[in-house]
Design a protein around this ligand. Sequence first.
Ligand code: SF4
Length: 241
Amino acid sequence: MAAVKKKTATKKAAAMRSGSGADGATDDRRRRAAAIVDELRRTYPDADCELDHESALQLLIATILSAQSTDANINRVTPDLFRRYPDARAFAEADLAELEEAVRKTGFFRQKAKNVQAACRRLVEKHDGEVPADMDALIALPGVARKTANVILGTWFRQNDGIAVDTHVGRLAHRLDLTWSSKDTKDAVKIERDLMEIVPREDWTFFAHSVILHGRRVCIARKPKCAECTLVKLCPSAELD
Ligand code: SF4
Protein backbone atom coordinates (compact mmCIF):
# COMPACT_ATOMS: atom_id res chain seq x y z
CA MET A 1 0.00 0.00 0.00
CA ALA A 2 1.40 3.42 -0.95
CA ALA A 3 2.62 5.52 1.91
CA VAL A 4 0.50 8.55 2.77
CA LYS A 5 2.30 11.42 4.44
CA LYS A 6 0.68 13.18 7.38
CA LYS A 7 0.38 16.37 5.32
CA THR A 8 -1.52 14.43 2.67
CA ALA A 9 -3.74 12.97 5.35
CA THR A 10 -4.51 16.47 6.62
CA LYS A 11 -5.41 17.62 3.11
CA LYS A 12 -7.51 14.52 2.62
CA ALA A 13 -9.27 15.25 5.92
CA ALA A 14 -10.02 18.80 4.85
CA ALA A 15 -11.36 17.59 1.52
CA MET A 16 -13.52 14.90 3.10
CA ARG A 17 -14.76 17.05 5.95
CA SER A 18 -17.34 19.66 5.27
CA GLY A 19 -17.95 20.74 8.86
CA SER A 20 -21.71 20.98 8.66
CA GLY A 21 -24.75 18.85 8.29
CA ALA A 22 -25.86 20.72 5.17
CA ASP A 23 -27.53 18.60 2.49
CA GLY A 24 -24.52 18.19 0.17
CA ALA A 25 -22.30 17.30 3.08
CA THR A 26 -24.88 14.84 4.42
CA ASP A 27 -25.18 13.19 1.01
CA ASP A 28 -21.41 12.88 0.86
CA ARG A 29 -21.29 11.33 4.32
CA ARG A 30 -24.19 9.03 3.39
CA ARG A 31 -22.25 7.71 0.39
CA ARG A 32 -19.12 7.26 2.47
CA ALA A 33 -21.07 5.57 5.29
CA ALA A 34 -22.51 3.05 2.80
CA ALA A 35 -19.01 2.34 1.45
CA ILE A 36 -17.70 1.93 5.02
CA VAL A 37 -20.49 -0.56 5.80
CA ASP A 38 -19.61 -2.53 2.62
CA GLU A 39 -15.98 -2.67 3.69
CA LEU A 40 -16.90 -3.65 7.26
CA ARG A 41 -19.06 -6.49 5.90
CA ARG A 42 -16.06 -7.77 3.93
CA THR A 43 -13.76 -7.44 6.94
CA TYR A 44 -16.10 -8.69 9.69
CA PRO A 45 -18.80 -10.79 7.97
CA ASP A 46 -19.79 -12.45 11.26
CA ALA A 47 -19.68 -9.40 13.54
CA ASP A 48 -22.10 -9.87 16.40
CA CYS A 49 -22.45 -9.11 20.08
CA GLU A 50 -19.59 -10.72 22.01
CA LEU A 51 -21.49 -11.06 25.30
CA ASP A 52 -22.51 -14.71 25.81
CA HIS A 53 -26.28 -15.11 26.27
CA GLU A 54 -29.14 -17.50 25.55
CA SER A 55 -32.10 -15.22 26.15
CA ALA A 56 -33.11 -11.56 26.01
CA LEU A 57 -32.93 -11.43 29.82
CA GLN A 58 -29.39 -12.82 29.89
CA LEU A 59 -28.33 -10.31 27.25
CA LEU A 60 -29.93 -7.49 29.24
CA ILE A 61 -28.16 -8.48 32.46
CA ALA A 62 -24.81 -9.02 30.68
CA THR A 63 -25.08 -5.62 28.98
CA ILE A 64 -25.87 -3.83 32.26
CA LEU A 65 -22.86 -5.57 33.85
CA SER A 66 -20.55 -4.75 30.91
CA ALA A 67 -20.30 -1.03 31.76
CA GLN A 68 -16.67 -0.14 32.53
CA SER A 69 -15.63 -3.76 31.98
CA THR A 70 -14.67 -6.06 29.10
CA ASP A 71 -16.95 -8.58 27.39
CA ALA A 72 -14.41 -11.33 28.19
CA ASN A 73 -14.60 -10.47 31.88
CA ILE A 74 -18.41 -10.49 31.85
CA ASN A 75 -18.42 -13.85 30.02
CA ARG A 76 -16.38 -15.32 32.87
CA VAL A 77 -18.91 -14.15 35.46
CA THR A 78 -22.28 -14.81 33.79
CA PRO A 79 -22.38 -18.64 33.50
CA ASP A 80 -22.53 -19.05 37.30
CA LEU A 81 -24.74 -16.01 37.67
CA PHE A 82 -27.33 -17.29 35.19
CA ARG A 83 -27.29 -20.76 36.76
CA ARG A 84 -27.97 -19.23 40.14
CA TYR A 85 -30.62 -16.75 38.95
CA PRO A 86 -32.44 -18.40 36.03
CA ASP A 87 -35.15 -15.76 35.44
CA ALA A 88 -36.23 -12.20 36.20
CA ARG A 89 -38.15 -13.27 39.30
CA ALA A 90 -35.03 -14.91 40.76
CA PHE A 91 -33.04 -11.69 40.28
CA ALA A 92 -35.95 -9.62 41.65
CA GLU A 93 -36.17 -11.70 44.83
CA ALA A 94 -32.42 -12.21 45.32
CA ASP A 95 -30.68 -11.28 48.54
CA LEU A 96 -28.93 -8.07 47.48
CA ALA A 97 -25.68 -8.82 49.35
CA GLU A 98 -25.47 -12.23 47.63
CA LEU A 99 -26.19 -10.70 44.24
CA GLU A 100 -23.46 -8.09 44.85
CA GLU A 101 -21.01 -10.87 45.63
CA ALA A 102 -22.01 -12.76 42.48
CA VAL A 103 -21.23 -9.72 40.26
CA ARG A 104 -18.30 -8.36 42.30
CA LYS A 105 -15.70 -9.19 39.60
CA THR A 106 -17.48 -6.98 37.02
CA GLY A 107 -16.51 -3.79 38.91
CA PHE A 108 -18.85 -1.14 40.35
CA PHE A 109 -20.68 -4.20 41.65
CA ARG A 110 -22.91 -2.49 44.23
CA GLN A 111 -24.49 -0.15 41.70
CA LYS A 112 -24.70 -2.89 39.06
CA ALA A 113 -26.37 -5.36 41.45
CA LYS A 114 -28.84 -2.66 42.47
CA ASN A 115 -29.65 -1.85 38.82
CA VAL A 116 -30.00 -5.51 37.83
CA GLN A 117 -32.40 -6.16 40.70
CA ALA A 118 -34.42 -2.98 40.12
CA ALA A 119 -34.67 -3.71 36.37
CA CYS A 120 -35.83 -7.28 37.05
CA ARG A 121 -38.39 -6.11 39.62
CA ARG A 122 -39.87 -3.81 37.00
CA LEU A 123 -39.84 -6.63 34.43
CA VAL A 124 -41.80 -8.80 36.87
CA GLU A 125 -44.23 -6.01 37.81
CA LYS A 126 -44.87 -4.56 34.34
CA HIS A 127 -43.94 -7.22 31.78
CA ASP A 128 -44.68 -10.56 33.43
CA GLY A 129 -40.95 -11.21 33.78
CA GLU A 130 -40.27 -10.88 30.03
CA VAL A 131 -37.96 -8.38 28.31
CA PRO A 132 -40.08 -6.09 26.11
CA ALA A 133 -39.11 -5.53 22.46
CA ASP A 134 -39.85 -1.83 22.80
CA MET A 135 -37.47 1.12 23.15
CA ASP A 136 -39.65 3.18 25.54
CA ALA A 137 -40.32 0.18 27.79
CA LEU A 138 -36.63 -0.74 27.84
CA ILE A 139 -35.31 2.71 28.71
CA ALA A 140 -37.86 2.88 31.52
CA LEU A 141 -35.96 0.04 33.23
CA PRO A 142 -33.53 1.21 35.94
CA GLY A 143 -29.93 1.25 34.69
CA VAL A 144 -30.96 0.96 31.03
CA ALA A 145 -30.20 3.81 28.61
CA ARG A 146 -30.42 3.88 24.81
CA LYS A 147 -27.10 2.09 24.30
CA THR A 148 -28.24 -0.97 26.27
CA ALA A 149 -31.73 -0.85 24.72
CA ASN A 150 -30.20 -0.74 21.22
CA VAL A 151 -28.04 -3.79 22.01
CA ILE A 152 -31.10 -5.78 23.17
CA LEU A 153 -33.36 -4.68 20.31
CA GLY A 154 -30.75 -5.14 17.59
CA THR A 155 -29.00 -8.27 18.82
CA TRP A 156 -31.86 -10.32 20.27
CA PHE A 157 -34.98 -8.97 18.59
CA ARG A 158 -33.24 -8.08 15.28
CA GLN A 159 -34.93 -4.68 15.32
CA ASN A 160 -33.00 -1.69 13.99
CA ASP A 161 -34.45 1.02 16.25
CA GLY A 162 -31.16 2.85 16.84
CA ILE A 163 -27.39 2.49 16.90
CA ALA A 164 -25.61 1.49 20.11
CA VAL A 165 -22.92 4.12 20.74
CA ASP A 166 -20.22 2.91 23.11
CA THR A 167 -16.69 4.25 23.54
CA HIS A 168 -15.47 2.60 20.29
CA VAL A 169 -18.41 3.74 18.15
CA GLY A 170 -18.05 7.27 19.54
CA ARG A 171 -14.33 7.38 18.78
CA LEU A 172 -14.63 5.93 15.27
CA ALA A 173 -17.60 8.13 14.36
CA HIS A 174 -15.29 11.10 14.98
CA ARG A 175 -12.22 9.65 13.26
CA LEU A 176 -14.29 8.64 10.23
CA ASP A 177 -16.06 12.02 10.25
CA LEU A 178 -19.52 10.44 10.43
CA THR A 179 -20.78 12.91 13.01
CA TRP A 180 -21.04 16.69 12.72
CA SER A 181 -23.29 17.83 15.55
CA SER A 182 -21.58 16.07 18.48
CA LYS A 183 -19.02 18.08 20.42
CA ASP A 184 -16.81 15.13 21.38
CA THR A 185 -16.56 11.32 21.32
CA LYS A 186 -18.66 11.00 24.50
CA ASP A 187 -21.64 12.91 23.09
CA ALA A 188 -23.54 9.64 22.48
CA VAL A 189 -26.99 11.13 21.89
CA LYS A 190 -25.86 13.40 19.05
CA ILE A 191 -23.46 10.82 17.61
CA GLU A 192 -26.30 8.28 17.41
CA ARG A 193 -28.62 10.84 15.80
CA ASP A 194 -26.02 11.73 13.16
CA LEU A 195 -25.23 8.08 12.41
CA MET A 196 -28.93 7.24 12.09
CA GLU A 197 -29.18 9.95 9.44
CA ILE A 198 -26.44 8.55 7.21
CA VAL A 199 -26.03 4.80 7.89
CA PRO A 200 -28.62 2.64 6.05
CA ARG A 201 -31.22 1.50 8.59
CA GLU A 202 -30.92 -2.19 7.75
CA ASP A 203 -27.23 -1.95 8.72
CA TRP A 204 -27.57 -0.22 12.11
CA THR A 205 -27.01 -3.27 14.32
CA PHE A 206 -24.24 -4.71 12.14
CA PHE A 207 -22.60 -1.27 11.98
CA ALA A 208 -22.37 -1.02 15.77
CA HIS A 209 -21.04 -4.58 16.23
CA SER A 210 -18.45 -4.31 13.45
CA VAL A 211 -17.26 -0.82 14.44
CA ILE A 212 -16.78 -2.07 18.02
CA LEU A 213 -14.64 -4.94 16.67
CA HIS A 214 -12.68 -2.56 14.46
CA GLY A 215 -12.13 -0.22 17.41
CA ARG A 216 -10.84 -3.07 19.54
CA ARG A 217 -8.56 -4.63 16.94
CA VAL A 218 -7.40 -1.89 14.56
CA CYS A 219 -8.58 1.65 15.26
CA ILE A 220 -7.47 1.49 18.87
CA ALA A 221 -7.75 4.55 21.07
CA ARG A 222 -4.10 5.32 21.75
CA LYS A 223 -2.49 4.46 18.42
CA PRO A 224 -4.72 3.45 15.50
CA LYS A 225 -3.15 0.88 13.16
CA CYS A 226 -3.89 2.82 9.97
CA ALA A 227 -1.32 0.80 7.98
CA GLU A 228 -3.44 -2.33 8.35
CA CYS A 229 -6.88 -0.72 8.28
CA THR A 230 -9.30 -1.74 5.53
CA LEU A 231 -11.11 1.60 5.88
CA VAL A 232 -8.01 3.65 5.15
CA LYS A 233 -9.22 5.01 1.80
CA LEU A 234 -12.51 6.12 3.35
CA CYS A 235 -11.06 7.72 6.47
CA PRO A 236 -10.15 11.40 6.72
CA SER A 237 -8.05 10.72 9.83
CA ALA A 238 -5.80 8.11 8.20
CA GLU A 239 -2.15 8.69 8.91
CA LEU A 240 0.54 6.45 7.44
CA ASP A 241 4.25 7.16 7.60
S1 SF4 B 1 -7.24 2.89 11.91
FE1 SF4 B 1 -6.70 4.83 10.94
S2 SF4 B 1 -7.52 4.71 8.85
FE2 SF4 B 1 -8.55 3.13 10.09
S3 SF4 B 1 -10.43 4.08 10.82
FE3 SF4 B 1 -8.87 4.38 12.41
S4 SF4 B 1 -7.95 6.39 11.99
FE4 SF4 B 1 -9.06 5.74 10.14
